[in-house]
Write a protein that binds this ligand. Structure first.
Ligand SMILES: [Zn+2]
Length: 120
């Protein structure tokens, strides 16, 4: 579509991609040993702490899952840049607001469609 600075968004996407890949790499690097060790220390009457540890662990895997999904989304966006469909809402075909693309260059839908979707 006209008006989208594809070079700028390509740069944004590639930067974002690098960030996500680095975050993914960090997740694997710190692979925080065995959860048993951490839980042993907090076992007596510190259920709150144990819950926090479990929560952190779940957050990690969610993060990893999200990162994987985001990488895919970024690759898709790069493909759309090549195809010339970047910045067009996948649902209604209207242009996606540039401010939204700047914040989320891998967005596939305009804010209205996204809201509709989230409302279920
Ligand atoms: Zn839309």
């Amino acid at each position: 579509m006209a008006g989208v600075d594809t070079d700028r968004f390509r740069t944004l996407l590639l930067e974002e991609r690098e960030k996500v890949e680095r975050a993914l790499g960090n997740l694997h690097d710190e692979n925080p040993g065995s959860i048993e060790d951490e839980e042993e220390e907090t076992f007596d009457n510190h259920l709150g702490d144990a819950a926090t540890i479990t929560f952190d662990r779940e957050l990690d895997s969610t993060l990893e899952e999200n990162s994987g999904r985001m990488l895919a989304a970024i690759d898709e966006a790069l493909k759309r840049l090549e195809e010339g469909t970047f910045g067009t809402c996948a649902r209604c075909g209207q242009p996606i607001a540039e401010a939204r693309l700047e914040a989320m260059p891998y967005a596939t839908k305009c804010i209205d469609c996204k809201r509709l979707e989230e409302r279920g």
